[in-house]
Every structure is written in C-alpha cells, then in structure tokens.
Design a protein around this ligand. Structure first.
Ligand code: MG
Length: 380
C-alpha cells in the first residue's frame, strides 16, 4: 500500500497572533510545521509526504523543512482560495493508493494513533482519528442554557483523515459547497468513513495559549540521548586520506574495507549508539562485498535515516581526530560543511577538532588515525 501524507498548511492562522502564520511560528525551538512533518516521517509506512502552502510562504516553508533530508518529502504544492481548494490542489499532486490528509497545525500526532489509522486503511475506504466527547453538551441561546444535548455517539474529529486516493479525489471534484472537513466531503459523496480512536494530545494549535500547552506536552515526552563512537584505521599505501568526507593529500592512505573515513565511522557509531541500534558493522557487515570501497556517506545517511524513523532529531555532533599528520586544522570547516550537508544539521551544531597523542602510542608513531565522536539526539 502506497501512502502519501498530505499536510494542509496554506492558512493564514491569524487567531494565534504573533505576526507569522501559526504553522511557521516557533514551537520548542523549531517551526511548528517541522514538528508536524517529523511526526508523519516517523512512520516507515508513509511512502511520500507533500505540503500545501500559501504562495507567499515559500521562504518560510523552505526554512522550516531545511533540516529534513528525508527523500520522502516531495516539493510543496501551492494552495488555493479556500481550504477545500488547497486540499484539491494537493490531491492532484498525490500518488499512490491512500492519502492521509493532516492539519499542518497538529504537531503532537502520536506514533500509536498514526499506526492505528494506517492499520485500519488495510480494509477501509476511509477512516479518521477522533476522540469521544466527554463534556456535557448544552444548546445555548445568547448566554442562557436552553437544553442539554446528548453526547452519546458524538466524536470530535481530528486529523489525519485517511482516504482511498481516487475516491476522495472524485469526491472533491464534485463537491461545490464549503464543508467542515474532508470526512464531510467523503460522506457527501456516499463514501463510508470509519472512526479510529485518536489521542487527546493531538491538539490543533489555534490560539496563542495552545503554543504553551503544546510545549508543555512536548517537554513531558522529551527523550534526550547521547551516544559515543570510536574508530581506528591504519595507514597503508596511498597518497590521500578521506576524513569526515574531505580528501586530504598525505604520504599514506588509510586501510579499510570502505573508504576508511575514520571520523565519519565514529560519528555514525555515535548516532547508532544513541539509538541503541548496535554499530556500523551490524548495519554494514565488512564481510559483505558490496561495501568494499564504499563512500562512508552511505553509512552516515543510514544512521540519520534511522534517527528520523525513530522520531529523533540529531541536535549536536562532536568529533575528535587523533593523529600527528596530516594536519587537520585547515580542513575542519570543510568537514563541518560536508557533515552538515549529509546530516541536515546546521554547521553550528557540528564540531570537528583534532589532537595529537604527544607522539605516544600507535597514533604518535604515525601508524594510523583514531577518531572519537559524541552524538546528541532529542525526541519531543
Ligand atoms: Mg571504520
């Protein structure tokens, strides 16, 4: 089943105050929309992700998605005059069997609720997350309670709302009145829609106070981890070494099954360490000939992909190279840029430094290079 997540983020969000459209306002240190997209990318069953944006917001969007290197994120689609038109524009760009239509302003979608919805779509034509109404309901006239309304069988709709893609596309095409949501569009076309238990925390950020509530909920769930990595490669024949993605001329090369990029191996292991997912050798066995001479970028990209799928953000990387020669200092800025390019981190969250071992030990004798790394990962 090919599943495209379609995030609707073309609104102006004026009720939340604060100048910027709410989906781009900072929430726990990152634009709100980035959290929403990460929540969807955390499910490996989501095969593609597309965002519908307002044409004025292209620069804000690019800033919001800049760290998201996940290849499932497709170019944005421009919204229309109304939410319905924006959804229709997005549906026209979607591919696959199923579409999950999700509000850009729901950053707290849980993995469990998303998995429940996707599981239901194995059999349903349409389904959506909703929570039962728990409060007593009253019909009021002006400020006066007139009569109680039964809350039996009443649900509060959330998103994602999931649909068979061709069916919802056709339903939108023939819908010409403004309806409450995409479930209403589907029902107007006669499509049966199933209810899947949502999550009270999956709130839609609407007012300024919702930002504070969302941050409080995020802090309760925050998971901060560090991992370390260590690697050694010995010198052998050659005229250059590759360190953190940068080729440096040298009197020797480094010996290894891959390109022997000792720094990138240590960083990759640090990320696997923080995830508690073993080490580089388990993911890329040296006994497997396909990794012979491989660019170590492949290993690091895999670790970053695993972090994304587990819902973690890599917030910091620190790498120390230990050798007498070659001199590392002139190349550290290029290494930071190369690592930033691969991982999607800002360069100011990546450090590369070097030390000698005072001519002691194997590094001191110039027999090889050692590298240590620390990675910090956060899940909110
Ligand atoms: Mg290695």
């Amino acid at each position: 089943m090919q599943i495209t997540a379609l995030v609707v983020a073309a609104g102006r969000g004026t009720r939340a105050g604060g100048g910027l459209p709410k989906q781009y306002r900072p929430l726990q240190g990152a634009p709100l929309l980035r959290h929403t997209l990460r929540a969807l990318l955390a499910d490996a069953d989501v095969t593609a992700l597309r965002v519908v944006i307002h044409p004025d917001d292209l620069a804000l969007y690019q800033d919001a998605v800049q760290p998201l290197t996940d290849p499932r994120l497709q170019p944005p689609v421009m919204g229309g005059e109304s939410r319905a038109q924006s959804v229709a524009n997005g549906l026209a760009a979607c591919q696959g069997d199923v579409v999950l239509i999700h509000d850009g302003a729901r950053p707290l979608l849980s993995r469990e609720a998303l998995a429940r919805l996707i599981a239901r779509m194995q059999t349903a034509k349409a389904a959506f997350l909703a929570v039962p109404v728990n409060d007593a309901l009253w019909f009021g006239a002006d400020d006066t309670a007139e009569r109680a309304v039964s809350r039996e069988n009443l649900w509060r709709a959330q998103t994602p709302q999931a649909f068979d893609l061709p069916l919802i596309r056709a339903a939108h095409a023939k819908c010409d009145e403004p309806l409450a949501d995409d479930v209403a569009v589907a029902r107007a076309a006669g499509i049966p829609v199933e209810i899947v238990m949502g999550d009270e925390n999956n709130l839609k950020i609407t007012r300024a106070a919702d930002f504070m509530l969302a941050e409080k909920l995020m802090r309760q769930n925050m998971d901060i981890r560090t991992g370390n990595g260590f690697d050694v490669h010995k010198f052998g024949p050659g005229d250059q070494v590759t360190l953190n993605g940068i080729s440096i001329p040298h009197s020797h090369g480094l010996v290894g099954h891959s390109d022997a990029d000792v720094g990138m191996h240590a960083i990759t292991d640090a990320i696997f360490g923080a995830l508690a997912e073993g080490d580089i050798g388990q993911w890329f066995p040296p006994s497997d000939p396909q990794w012979k001479g491989a660019a170590s970028e492949i290993f690091l990209r895999k670790a970053v992909e695993r972090a994304t799928l587990r819902g973690f953000t890599i917030t910091h990387l620190d790498c120390t190279l230990v050798c007498e020669f070659p001199k590392i200092g002139p190349h550290t800025e290029a290494m930071r840029a190369a690592l930033a390019n691969i991982t999607g981190l800002d360069p100011d969250r990546i450090n590369v430094k070097a030390t000698t071992s005072e001519q002691l030990g194997f590094t001191g004798r110039g027999e090889g290079i050692a590298a240590l790394a620390t990675a910090t990962l956060v899940k909110i």
